[in-house]
Ligand binder design. Structure first.
Ligand code: SAM
Length: 256
């Protein structure tokens, strides 16, 4: 029987067997892999993943669910970390880590930023999220979904929407559509900003006032000479710039 869901923890349990099978097929777990499941809940995905991956690490904030998982799985099979995934230290797990899960939608953006901070240790991620969030993550420049989340994640990952999932696949059904997303860290030849903190500030400023031109939105961070050096037209808005152009702007600002 399913536990009573706690709304404040974003608990919508995946109960449709068809979608459980599809997400497992998308993850394609294999013996010998290092894997972390975020938000295992009552363990529908956990049970399927643990047939392949040993030990499977899971991080769950809900004390009752964590205790139930410990009672159900041997510690050699599933290592239960009762913790907040938002400050969970991925560095304590092996590198080449695969990170998966049906994430709590109420903290999806900070969770994605937290995961991104460990990108260099990660092999790939397969997450269930609110569909609208996945569309923002995978958006192309010049489209309405393109924003800070897009740039900050595509700076580190290749992102693709795998498939959509309707509310009826969950108990209780969420009010929104869902989608499964795949995130693959970019290779060593990826563009790296000279000053990543400055890059993050520029991206933030460009989208905090997204209807302003870059000249106005970035007034405190980049003058005309910076735009000229980066080869970026200051009359544009941030929503049309590629990730590479944001890196060029940040590098020019760092050099000035
Ligand atoms: N994986 C299960 C499934 O598919 O049925 C549950 C998914 S449910 C959408 C999200 C899960 O994440 C819940 O079990 C919830 O308790 C857990 N959770 C919520 N916030 C969390 C956090 N900050 N850190 C770790 N787990 C969290």
């Amino acid at each position: 029987m399913l536990p009573r869901p706690k709304k404040r923890l974003g608990q919508h349990f995946l109960t449709d067997r068809h979608y459980l099978d599809r997400i497992i097929a998308e993850i394609a777990p294999a013996p010998g892999e290092a894997m972390l499941e975020i938000g295992p809940g009552p363990g529908a995905l956990t049970e399927r993943l643990a047939k392949f991956v040993r030990p499977l690490h899971v991080v769950e904030i809900d004390r009752d669910l964590a205790a139930a998982l410990r009672g159900r799985f041997e510690p050699e099979c599933v290592v239960v970390h009762e913790a907040d995934a938002l400050d969970f230290d991925f560095a304590g797990l092996p590198t080449g880590l695969r990170v998966v899960g049906n994430l709590p939608y109420n903290v999806s953006t900070p969770l994605l930023f937290h995961v991104a901070a460990f990108a260099s240790r990660i092999r790939d991620c397969v997450f269930m999220l609110q569909r609208e969030v996945v569309e923002r993550m995978a958006a192309a420049p010049g489209t309405p979904d393109f924003g800070r989340l897009t740039v900050m994640l595509q700076y580190r990952f290749a992102i693709s929407l795998a498939f959509r999932v309707p509310p009826g696949a969950f108990t209780p059904p969420p009010k929104v559509d869902s989608a499964v997303v795949r995130m693959q860290p970019l290779g060593e030849d990826r563009l790296v900003a000279r000053d990543e903190a400055l890059f993050a500030r520029i991206v933030m400023a460009a989208f905090t006032q997204r209807r302003k031109t870059l000249r106005n939105a970035l007034r405190a961070l980049a003058g005309e000479a910076v735009f000229a050096r980066a080869g970026v037209d200051p009359g544009l808005r941030g929503e049309v710039l590629s990730v590479a152009q944001f890196v060029a702007l940040a590098d020019a600002a760092a050099a000035s």
